[in-house]
Ligand binder design. Structure first.
Ligand SMILES: [Zn+2]
Length: 183
């Protein structure tokens, strides 16, 4: 009797996962980017656990905000990062996407990028004013995004799928109207 109940429960659980996965895949946006992106992302993700744990960047462009579960959340100056570390850094980042971010750190920028000359670096958000500060809710939603994406990538899910699952999580929690709307 106990085994049957446990089996039924497990079956129900697996069915829920399957349904959610299929629903998610139906919603999935095909990755039409240049294949270089995917190759680079896989390379960085697969090397993440081999990072030098003593390597930790610091500076006036980076300020510790708080701890959230096992993560240290930092507020960063995105423009400084784009000028000095990574031209395509936008809004937030973590160690499975950027080689130079330690695995226990999440970096969130204070402004919507106002510089940038092509799709790779332009801020895709709907904003009141170009280059404006991110709102409190946008900031918190970005933290949620980065942690969700991180947790999935840690399990081996690729960036593109993890990124879209994180966008979906942002929509479900609803701190902002849309992950790309900060008006
Ligand atoms: Zn933006």
């Amino acid at each position: 009797m106990f085994i049957n109940v446990a089996q039924n429960h497990e079956q129900e659980y697996l069915t829920t996962i399957l349904i959610n996965t299929l629903l998610f895949l139906r919603r999935m946006i095909p990755d039409t980017r240049n294949t270089l992106w995917r190759e680079l992302e896989v390379e960085i993700q697969s090397r993440a656990k081999k990072k030098d744990h003593s390597f930790r960047l610091t500076g006036s462009w980076k300020k510790f905000l708080r701890k959230e579960s096992s993560y240290k959340i930092y507020v960063v100056n995105g423009k400084w990062i784009r000028n000095n570390l990574c031209a395509y850094f936008t809004h937030g980042g973590h160690g499975f996407v950027h080689e130079f971010i330690p695995l226990d750190e999440i970096w969130i920028e204070t402004h919507h990028p106002s510089e940038g000359i092509n799709e790779m670096t332009l801020c895709p958000c709907k904003v009141k004013k170009r280059g404006q500060n991110v709102s409190k809710n946008f900031f918190e939603s970005t933290i949620l995004h980065e942690i969700t994406e991180y947790e999935l990538m840690k399990k081996g899910i690729n960036y593109w799928v993890a990124h879209h699952a994180a966008l979906q999580k942002e929509r479900e929690v609803g701190l902002i109207k849309d992950p790309y709307d900060d008006t």
